[in-house]
Design a protein around this ligand. Sequence first.
Ligand SMILES: [Cu+2]
Length: 103
Amino acid sequence: MHSLPMALAMTLFLAPGALAATSHFDVQGMVCESCSEDIKASLSKLPGVKSISVDLKQAQVTVVYDGKKANPDLIVKAIDGYGFEAKLIRQPAVPKSQPPRAK
Ligand SMILES: [Cu+2]
């Protein structure tokens, strides 16, 4: 039980941003801190999820995850499973190693 999380932590350290994807979700039903805590708790159980931020005012959730282990569908299902209604609002961002160029 204890060796797996350790291995995961190592993997996250050793694998820099290359695999990280970021998705933004429009989430209906979040009204307070405890809603956002519920969402964070449910998403943190998904494999590959690295960070979760909740913006209550904008009703948006941003998730950074390993694109090989998680995907927007899984994240939407997890959020919906907690009684909210999530919708992907943007495709995963371009990896940070390749900053968008102004033409
Ligand atoms: Cu609430």
